[in-house]
Design a binder for this molecule. Structure first.
Ligand SMILES: Cc1ncc(C[n+]2csc(CCOP(=O)(O)OP(=O)(O)O)c2C)c(N)n1
Ligand SMILES: [Mg+2]
Length: 283
C-alpha cells in the first residue's frame, strides 16, 4: 500500500540514519551525496516510479532506474531495503567482504534493484538511453529514470549521451542532476566549472526543469511529476535538482568534506540526535 507524505517524510529520516550507520560501521563510504539525495530516492520509490515487485532484471512494462553516480550507494541500498527489495538487516553487510552491498553497486552479486554496475563515473546515462530505446522498440511506454552527479558531468561520455538522446528523440527518459555544487575535491565551480548548465542542457536539445528545493520531499515529488508530464513530446527531460550535500546533519552541510568520509562514534551520536525518530526501526 502506498505511504502517506507524513510516512515518507519520516522515512527520509530513517534512511538518513541507515546511511550514517552503514558508513560508520565500516569507516568508509559516501555519506554526503547520499544524505543530499534522500528526498529524491524517497520520492522516486515512494510515489513516482511504477515498478514491479518482486524485482526482475527483465524490466519490461515497468519504469527503470539507473544510478550513475554509484558512490552514493548507501542511500540507494537503504531505499531499496526500506521498500522491501531485500531485508533491511542486510544493510549491516555494507562494504564487507563477500557482501551483495558492494561500496559501488554491481550486478553480479544479484542484489535486487540493481540494474547496472556504477561508480566509474559517466556511464549511467548511456546505459539508460539504450534501455529507453529498447522500450520504444518493444512498444513499452513506461519510463527510464537516471540520477547523475554534477561533478560527474565533467566526464565527457555524458555529453555524447546528452547529444545522442536529443538527436534520436529519446523522450521516455528523465535524468536528474544532483546539483549540489560540490564534488570530491571541492566546489564544482572551483574544480571545473559547469557554467550555465541550464542553458547548456537546453542547447543540447533537452527539456530542462529546475528545482531549487531538492531536499523538500513535496517539491521533489512535484518536479518529478512535472517531468513525467513532459515526456512523450519528442525531447528527453532533465531536472536540475538543487540539493545540499550532507543534508540533515548540521556539521556535514556547507562543505564537500563529507563526500566520502565516515563519522566517528561521537559524530554519529550527534547526528542521530538531529535525526530523531520517536520509534526508529534501525537495523
Ligand atoms: C571515471 C571516474 N573518475 C573519477 C572518479 C572518482 N570520483 C568519485 S566521486 C567523484 C566526485 C563526483 O562528484 P559528484 O558527481 O558531484 O558527486 P558528489 O560529490 O556530489 O556526491 C570523483 C571524482 C570516479 N569514481 N570515476
Ligand atoms: Mg556533486
Amino acid at each position: 500500500m502506498s505511504k502517506s507524505i507524513e510516512e515518507l517524510k519520516s522515512l527520509t529520516t530513517q534512511i538518513r540514519r541507515d546511511i550514517l550507520r552503514m558508513v560508520h560501521a565500516v569507516n568508509s563510504g559516501h555519506p554526503g551525496g547520499s544524505l543530499g539525495c534522500t528526498e529524491y530516492f524517497t520520492a522516486l520509490y515512494g510515489k513516482v516510479m511504477n515498478y514491479k515487485s518482486p524485482f526482475t532484471m527483465e524490466g519490461k512494462n515497468e519504469d527503470l532506474f539507473f544510478l550513475s553516480n554509484g558512490h552514493i550507494s548507501p542511500v540507494f541500498y537503504s531505499t531499496l531495503a526500506r521498500f522491501d527489495f531485500f531485508p533491511v538487516a542486510e544493510l549491516a553487510t555494507f562494504r564487507k567482504l563477500g557482501t551483495r552491498l558492494q561500496g559501488h553497486p554491481t550486478t553480479h552479486d544479484g542484489l535486487p534493484g540493481i540494474r547496472i554496475a556504477s561508480g566509474s563515473l559517466g556511464q549511467g546515462l548511456s546505459v539508460a538511453v539504450g534501455a529507453a530505446l529498447a522500450k520504444k522498440l518493444d512498444g513499452d511506454d513506461s519510463l527510464v529514470y537516471v540520477l547523475q552527479g554534477d561533478g560527474e558531468l565533467q566526464e565527457g561520455q555524458n555529453w555524447e549521451a546528452f547529444m545522442y538522446a536529443a538527436a534520436k528523440k529519446v523522450d521516455n527518459i528523465i535524468t536528474t542532476i544532483d546539483y549540489n555544487g560540490r564534488q570530491i575535491d571541492g566546489d564544482t565551480e572551483d574544480v571545473l566549472d559547469l557554467g550555465d548548465l541550464h542553458a547548456k542542457m537546453e542547447a543540447f536539445g533537452w527539456t530542462v526543469l529546475n528545482e531549487k528545493n531538492g531536499n523538500d520531499l513535496e517539491a521533489v515529488i512535484a518536479i518529478l511529476e512535472k517531468a513525467k508530464s513532459e515526456t512523450g513530446k519528442g525531447k528527453p527531460v532533465c531536472i536540475l535538482l538543487h540539493t545540499e550535500m550532507g543534508h540533515g546533519v548540521d556539521f556535514m552541510m556547507g562543505t564537500h568534506a563529507w563526500h566520502g568520509k565516515a563519522p566517528s562514534d561521537e559524530q554519529l551520536d550527534t547526528a542521530f540526535k538531529q535525526l530523531y525518530l520517536e520509534a526508529p526501526a534501525d537495523y
